[in-house]
Design a protein around this ligand. Structure first.
Ligand code: BMA
Length: 377
């Protein structure tokens, strides 16, 4: 009898462990679409083996070109598209035909569909204007977040904006009419001091309340079930600081932060900072059963021939992150009289090194990813 009870108890423990393990690889949205669930599961499967390479606005423009069908700076060097395509929906809330960087939303939708059809992953950020005064995302008027919470003066402005976001998500469909899964990264760089949702302008509890309201509204009120939510900070010193504004395990699927290299002297600090912080969020990710990522990075205009293999790679290798995303290739920026791009192109100083980096067995671009069939079971 004792033996039977013991065996029964052991089986129960195993069952609980198994079910918590299964649950851990399920998106926070219990009604997540099949493709979204599959994507999440496959990202866990590939987690320790591959780092996917992403690029912002990859298909829309690059250095010296705009809106040329099939063109991509990354493809021009490697013969492959990136594995992850980043886009920003800033100004969608204003009913603008173009996003804050001039990309027409109509084109963006087509590029998103194209990337998905190819088996790539789509991530969206949102540089939304300040709903309090309609100034830009960089307007840091204190109290903006508090003003849009339920029951507050600008709440209706914000929910109208979320309705537009929901409409945009609903329009993103695959060939069989299935919703395209999106890694949604709202209120990014939340530990910084440059956006209205950042630390200096918004209280911790208000911020968490806004995040939770946003997720609940999209999920429960608008029935959007194709999103994986990406929690994203800028700099932070400790795990406690990273977690300070974390909305809770039921409100995020991916843990991430952004870090750029700023100048030549920053090289060693960048490597140390990125690798230490990635290990730290990876540790948290293991505990919380969440994926991790370096959601934005790069070295503007890449003035370092070996940046890819001698800086980025040492910083991210063996960290267990799912993806790294390079910011956009704007090209010449007249307002600041400088070049603004983060991925190389033919003839760029670091082009050869980038090709070598992309050939590393653990770095994955679009072709290899499409073979993984991440949207299937
Ligand atoms: C910044 C720059 C800006 C751009 C913004 C949002 O890092 O690239 O030019 O407007 O991101 O995409």
């Amino acid at each position: 009898m004792r033996k039977v009870i013991k065996a029964g108890a052991a089986a129960l423990v195993l069952l609980i462990q198994m079910s918590s393990c299964v649950r851990s690889q399920t998106p926070i949205d219990r009604k997540a679409s099949n493709e979204t669930r599959n994507l999440y599961k496959h990202l866990f499967r590939m987690q320790d083996q591959y780092i996917l390479l992403g690029h912002q606005d990859d298909l829309a423009y690059g250095v010296g070109w705009k809106y040329i069908q099939g063109k991509s700076d990354i493809h021009s060097l490697t013969g492959q598209y990136p594995a992850v395509y980043g886009w920003d929906i800033g100004h969608l809330e204003l009913d603008s035909a173009r996003n804050l960087d001039g990309v027409p939303f109509a084109k963006m939708k087509e590029y998103i569909k194209e990337g998905y059809r190819r088996g790539g992953i789509i991530t969206l950020s949102w540089h939304l204007n300040n709903p309090l005064n309609l100034q830009s995302a960089w307007d840091t008027t204190a109290g903006s977040v508090a003003a849009i919470l339920p029951g507050r003066s600008k709440h209706a402005v914000y929910t109208k904006w979320l309705d537009k976001v929901a409409g945009f998500m609903q329009s993103l469909k695959g060939d069989s009419g299935e919703p395209i899964p999106i890694l949604f990264r709202p209120f990014h760089e939340l530990s910084g001091n440059w956006f209205w949702w950042c630390k200096n302008a918004a209280g911790t509890e208000d911020f968490k309340a806004l995040w939770r309201f946003t997720v609940d509204y999209l999920k429960n009120k608008k029935n959007i079930h194709q999103l994986l939510y990406v929690y994203n900070t800028a700099g932070f010193a400790t795990a406690d600081e990273y977690r300070e504004r974390y909305p809770g395990d039921d409100y995020a699927d991916v843990l991430s932060f952004d870090r750029y290299q700023y100048n030549k002297a920053d090289k060693e600090a960048y490597i140390k900072d990125v690798s230490t912080k990635l290990s730290l969020i990876q540790q948290l990710g293991k505990e919380k059963k969440k994926l991790t990522a370096l959601a934005e990075t790069g070295y503007e205009a890449i003035p370092d021939e070996k940046w890819w293999t001698a800086t980025l790679w040492p910083a991210i290798q063996n960290t267990g992150i799912s993806y790294v995303l390079l910011w956009r290739n704007h090209g010449y920026m007249a307002t600041q009289n400088k070049m603004h791009y983060y991925a190389p192109f033919k003839g760029q100083l670091s082009a050869n090194d980038f090709v070598q980096f992309c050939a590393l067995p653990s770095v994955m671009l679009g072709n290899q990813l499409s073979a993984q069939k991440i949207y299937r079971k």
